[in-house]
Design a protein around this ligand. Structure first.
Ligand code: NAP
Length: 353
């Protein structure tokens, strides 16, 4: 990052896609520079701290390679005595947590020489090459290629009580958190009326004793087939024309209920007991620093312009992970597309020479 230096590739973002891109570009000897995000109050309030959404979750049970539970029986039969003893000592019985997984990925990227800067890219000029990026602290970086891996943030209603119980019953990802013990055989609440809310509610019925959907109107936005599946599910009760006023709880137990208010009769409130509250009111991709220079879909997610590739409308700029994915939104798919973006960038750089 010295004056006049032109980087080969700068990666913006520090979720699974950013670290996967860093591991691959570092091993390709492209000496990547990765901006992991700034640590400041604004990013804290907006869920934009380094290491992405996974850093805000608890156990990650669906990322391959980190099984939880007592595996000593397996180790003892599959390995010799010395190796099985070693694995019994080092294996994490709790599997892996989101923050641990991200720290491990970060370290793996650093092991191969990734240079990590704890700052945001605040603006960029992608109109000519080399591209110019400006960090929040005012540094200017020139680079031949860029991998955008800034992810998306879950939308919440913005209630103070929602914030208070995050990781203690408040979540925005049923697939990530739904199977945790606190949500099993208990009533749960899902807020929203789109496909995500339908999907989350249906998924949660595997664990919950009952799922309430709180929706602000009297009809769902969701596709007909998903809405019908929900309405036919005996474990799901829809509270139509209702909004959440407050998430109820205490320090010891986290979420214990929600207070909902009718949108028809504003004086009518009802308290529902539950141990979990899932916001499913959409996500927002983190693209504001691009200032409209990269083509997006109508919903704001970056458009991949070549089938099965991570190219964007600007040659030399690639996008990976949730910032370009409004569909799968999983750690494993984000890591996969980070790898793709690294390979796409590497090949593109080769072609330029
Ligand atoms: P969405 O379609 O934008 O729906 C968001 C829902 O949240 C809407 O019902 C909206 O209510 C509600 N909402 C938004 N802000 C709210 C607020 N402040 N208070 C209360 N309610 C609020 O988002 P999504 O469900 O995440 O879906 C995003 C995209 O992914 C869609 O294109 C969807 O089809 C797709 N998706 C597909 C699948 C699948 O096919 N398997 C699964 C998930 C998502 P209103 O309806 O009143 O506006």
């Amino acid at each position: 990052m010295t004056d006049n230096k032109i980087e080969d590739v700068v990666i913006i973002g520090s979720g699974p896609s950013g670290w996967a891109a860093a591991i691959y570009t570092a091993r390709a000897e492209l000496n990547p520079l990765l901006f992991e995000g700034a640590i400041n109050n604004e990013n804290y309030a907006n869920g934009l701290l380094p290491l992405g959404q996974l850093a805000q979750t608890t156990e990650v049970e669906n990322y391959p390679g980190f099984p939880s539970g007592d595996l000593s029986g397996y180790f003892n039969t599959a390995f010799d005595e010395r190796k099985s003893e070693e694995l019994n000592t080092t294996h994490h019985k709790a599997g892996v947590s989101g923050p641990e997984l991200m720290e491990l990925m970060r370290q793996q990227a650093k092991n191969f020489g990734t240079r990590v800067v704890t700052d945001d890219i605040a603006s960029c000029d992608l109109s000519s090459r080399p591209f110019t990026l400006k960090s929040l602290s005012g540094e200017e970086i020139k680079t031949k290629a860029v991998i955008i891996a800034t992810g998306a943030r879950a939308n919440y209603l913005g209630l103070e009580s929602e914030d208070r119980y995050k990781n203690h019953g408040v979540s925005a990802c049923a697939v990530c958190d739904g199977a945790l013990p606190r949500f099993r055989n208990q009533p749960l609440v899902v807020v929203g009326g789109g496909d995500s809310a339908m999907e989350e509610a249906s998924f949660l019925t595997k664990f919950a004793s009952k799922v309430y959907i709180i929706h602000r109107r009297d009809e769902f936005r969701a596709s007909k087939i998903m809405a019908e599946r929900v309405l036919a599910n005996e474990k799901i009760e829809v509270k139509w024309n209702s909004v959440v006023d407050e998430v109820l709880g205490d320090e010891k137990d986290g979420v214990t209920g929600v207070r909902i208010r009718s949108t028809v009769d504003k004086d009518k409130t009802e308290d529902l007991a539950c141990t979990g509250y899932f916001a499913a009111i959409g996500h927002t991709p983190n693209t504001s620093f691009l200032d409209g220079q990269i083509e997006t879909h109508e919903n704001g997610y970056i458009k991949w312009t070549v089938p099965f590739r991570t190219n964007t409308n600007i040659e030399g700029v690639f996008a990976a992970g949730d910032v370009a994915d409004d569909n799968y939104k999983q750690a494993i798919t984000a890591a996969g597309s980070g790898c793709q973006a690294a390979l796409d960038a590497e090949r593109w750089l080769e072609e330029q020479e």
